[in-house]
Every structure is written in C-alpha cells, then in structure tokens.
Write a protein that binds this ligand. Structure first.
Ligand code: GLY
Length: 328
C-alpha cells in the first residue's frame, strides 16, 4: 500500500509539482502530550504542559476537532520524562533557532508523542493551544505579564516558574454539528452562574453580542475550566459547571465517564503483573478488554502508559491498582 502510494505520488505526479518531493515519516505509536515553553531567544522556561482529547464523540469516537477537553498536569509527566523532553527536544530546538541566526522571542508549542517513555516531536507551533491554554494558564502561578516582560528583555533565565498545586480540566461546549456545519446566533444562558461557582473559569471563544445578550458565533463556543484536588475531581467540577450553561444544540463530551473500577481491582491482582510491566502492548490490550466502550482509546493509552511508567519507577502493585481508580 505504501509502495503504490509512493509510486502514485512520485512517479505519476499525483499532486503535480508538489509530488517532486515526498517526505516519509516514522509511524509513532503512543500517547500525545503538549509542552509549552516561552523563550527570550536564548533561554527558555516551561510554562506548562497539557493533554487534549481531540475527537468529537463520547468514548473518543468520530471526527477530529481542535480539542474537546484538556487536562493539566498529565499523569505520566514525571520528572524523568520531562528531563528527556528538555534535553532531547526543547534545548536543541532553542539552540537550533539561535544557531540559525533567528531571533525568536515567544511561545513554542511542542506537540509530542510519548512512545514507551521516550518523547518524539509531532509538531511545533509558535503559539499556545486551544484548549490547552485554558488549563495551563490557570495552573501557572507565576505572573504571565512578568514572564512576557522577561522574554522581551532577555532575562527569562532568572525567572522562577511556579505552578498551582492542583489539577485543572477544561471541557469545551460546541455548536451542534461542529466540526461539520452548524448554526449560529443562539442566545447563551448561564455564563454568569457558572462563573460564580468556586474554582471555575469560563472562556468564551465563538461568542458574540446581539440585542443585549451573548450569542453563539462559532463552532467552538466556550470552555469551562475547573480546579480540583485531582484530575477526576477537576473534570467532574467542570462538567457540572457546564451544566449551568445552555444554548440551543449545545454539545460537550463527557471525557472521563463512569468506568467499572471494581472490575480493575478484581482483574489486576489475579494477573501475573510481571508480564504486564514488560509489555506495554499487553497492558493496553487488558485495559481495552476492561473498557465497556465508554472510555476513548487515547485515554486508555494514557492510562496504560502511566501505569507502566509509574510501576517501573515507584509503585507497588497495590498502590498502582489504587492509582488506576484515581486516574479514571
Ligand atoms: N489543540 C491543538 C492546538 O491548539 O493546536
């Protein structure tokens, strides 16, 4: 299949002049995660990391979107993995920009894949992300304006970055039909109510103002971000807060829906755990087997990856089993 596509593109010039060059990329299997750096051109600081969930449908089904939900911090982002990201990816990138003679001061979005504990670059962006921004900025304790000033005047090296000691989740409310066609100009009720809930922020994106009311004006209408004591708590709060908001054909995905944690407790101790931690694919398969179709494949992948990394680094089987129920 690959060879025939290659012939179509290169020999038969499927894409005209653009077919002169074909780039073959390594297929990467793993879990996506995004890391955000700010650079003054020479130094950098990591201002956060996040994982977004891209598919429109519950259970991680359907078309890809810009991102329906997002969480920060990400369970598998421990210091060992972050060190690899810094030394293997961020530092060579910032040095590379500098060595090219370019002066770039601003954000760098590293779209990464965690392949069995090793980071690979999927994409770079010279911006933050949506919905990643809605979780990384609330989690960032250091004042953003002072960071931007430090990036401008070349003193980022001296800045101390602090993060809130809490988990953040955002849930996106979209217009019915998105990412396909959708209708606009529906009045939105309840934003003021949601904004007043504790630990809650509402970010408006595809909204407008008509006859003294806020109306929908795009596909990605708004997100609600909540802070929680852990990821599950933050997600539950965000979904609940979103329940205060309403507009016609409003849709949002329920990311971490109920999962039978009892079944995990029953099955894992009865397995030979040694083979699980040796074989990430096997772990993924077991998680898929436990899933009743309610959790998306990227969440399952993240759980298995997290389980493997945590087990290898710090957890006994009993603690790990407990950890699963917290993650989901
Ligand atoms: N959420 C993906 C992006 O902003 O590119």
């Amino acid at each position: 299949e690959a060879l025939s596509s290659f012939k179509e593109m290169l020999q038969k010039k499927q894409f005209g002049d653009a077919s002169d060059k074909v780039v073959i990329e390594q297929f990467l299997e793993g879990v996506e995660v995004s890391v955000f750096a700010l650079t003054d051109g020479e130094h950098y600081q990591i201002i956060g990391h996040a994982k977004d969930y891209k598919r429109i449908g519950e259970g991680d089904t359907g078309l890809n979107t810009g991102g329906m939900d997002c969480v920060s911090p990400v369970p598998f982002m421990d210091s060992a993995f972050m060190d690899k990201i810094k030394t293997q990816i961020i530092e060579p990138t910032i040095q590379g920009i500098h060595l090219e003679g370019l002066v770039y001061k601003g954000f760098v979005f590293f779209g990464l894949m965690n392949c069995k504990g090793n980071p690979y670059v999927i994409e770079y962006n010279c911006r933050l992300g949506d919905p990643e921004t809605e979780v990384i900025l609330p989690r960032l304790q250091t004042d953003l304006v002072s960071l931007l000033a430090a990036a401008d005047n070349g003193t980022l090296e001296d800045v101390n970055i602090l993060y809130q000691d809490a988990s953040f989740a955002t849930v996106m409310a979209v217009s019915g039909g998105y990412p396909g066609s959708y209708q606009k100009n529906f009045p939105i009720q309840g934003i003021d109510i949601a904004k007043q809930l504790p630990d809650t922020l509402v970010f408006q994106a595809g909204t407008g103002f008509q006859e003294n009311s806020i109306v929908t004006s795009g596909g990605r209408v708004l997100t609600v971000t909540c802070q929680g004591k852990d990821l599950q708590n933050a997600v539950q709060k965000a979904q609940k807060a979103l329940g205060s908001i309403h507009f016609e054909a409003m849709y949002f995905r329920k990311p971490y829906v109920s999962f039978n944690t009892a079944s995990i407790r029953e099955i894992l101790p009865s397995r030979n755990f040694a083979f699980l931690i040796d074989d990430y694919t096997e772990l993924q398969e077991i998680f898929r087997g436990l899933n009743n179709g309610q959790i998306g494949s990227d969440v399952l992948d993240e759980m298995s990856c997290n389980a493997k990394l945590k087990y290898e680094t710090e957890f006994s089987q009993a603690i790990l089993t407990d950890k699963f129920s917290k993650i989901i």
